[in-house]
Design a protein around this ligand. Structure first.
Ligand code: SPV
Ligand code: MG
Length: 293
């Protein structure tokens, strides 16, 4: 399936009033295949997770081209609609539209752009998050929209609450971003309860679909999001965090026991790996194309 049809699928899902869409984090082809097998209908190519796996901080240390290469692997391996975390667009309007164009070429379904300044810093790191000027950021959105039109879903993310600027600022930014052509608004929060994102959703009244990232307010049941008319929930970093714990435990145990016998029941079988990467398809193709006796 080509990029634009995945974009269409993501647009329909995000805009659907009938139910909540869940996007699962992926950071490489394997996490993408695993999320697909679990039943997720769409993926979030997380900037934090991808940077972490490359050994970079979520501070625009990885280049846009490194990032786009990883996205291609995520798209290929799942063939699901992938909403890509485009950070602030890696610069000004010109960088943002270039990245969007490249993401379209690699089969992404959507891009989320946040109103941070380059270089960004992850929303949960420190407390010095500076917001971009509204008009300048709107220019980034308009440039992306003019470049990729309907081939990519454009999610505008405001960091107003992360920057401590309050609900009114978040709402006025969301309005400006809607006017600039965004298809949905991502409202981010670092609070441990969902209160402020629910307040946002209530005041916003679905002028565009609302997307949230409940990493810090993980206790809130999703029924609260359905009640608030929220469109999409992103589980933003849970595969990479699961991998960190699993790898740490296995490394700790192997070094302590000088044996791999103890860990064998607690790690994926080699066959599961072959299955995830569709070695059966290769075997089938060999019978077809190699003229085997
Ligand atoms: C990401 O997954 O990279 C995000 C979400 O942007 S957060 O890390 O919460 O900023
Ligand atoms: Mg990010």
């Amino acid at each position: 399936r080509a990029g634009p049809s995945l974009a269409q699928e993501l647009r329909v899902e995000i805009c659907s009033k009938s139910d909540l869409l869940f996007l699962m984090e992926a950071h490489d082809a394997l996490s993408s295949a695993i999320a697909k097998r679990a039943g997720f209908k769409g993926l979030w190519a997380s900037g934090l997770s991808i940077a972490s796996c490359l050994g970079y901080r979520d501070a625009n240390e990885a280049s846009w081209s490194q990032f786009v290469d990883v996205v291609e692997r995520i798209v290929d391996s799942s063939e699901l609609p992938v909403l890509v975390d485009g950070d602030g667009g890696f610069g000004n309007f010109n960088n943002a539209r270039l990245v969007a164009r490249k993401l379209r070429q690699r089969g992404a379904a959507g891009i989320a752009l946040e109103d941070s300044c380059f270089p960004k810093i992850n929303s949960f790191v420190g407390d010095r998050h500076s917001l971009a000027d509204i008009d300048e950021f709107s220019g980034r959105l308009r440039a992306v929209k003019d470049t990729v039109a309907d081939d990519l879903v454009l999610v505008a993310r405001t960091e107003a609450l992360i920057a401590g600027r309050g609900l009114d600022e978040a709402l006025s930014r969301a309005s400006a971003y809607a006017a600039a052509g965004a298809d949905a608004i991502l409202i981010h929060s670092r609070k441990s309860t969902a209160e402020e994102v629910i307040s946002f959703a209530t005041a916003w009244q679905n002028r565009l679909p609302v997307v949230i990232v409940p990493t810090k307010y993980y206790r809130t049941p999703v029924s609260a999001y359905r009640d608030a008319g929220i469109s999409t929930v992103i589980w933003a970093n849970h595969s990479v965090r699961a991998a960190i714990l699993a790898m740490r435990q296995v490394c700790d145990r192997i070094i302590a026991e000088e044996s791999i016998a103890g860990v064998e029941p607690n790690i994926a079988a080699i066959d599961e790996l072959f299955e995830l990467l569709r070695y059966d398809e290769l075997a089938h193709a060999e019978t077809r194309y190699l003229n085997l006796p």
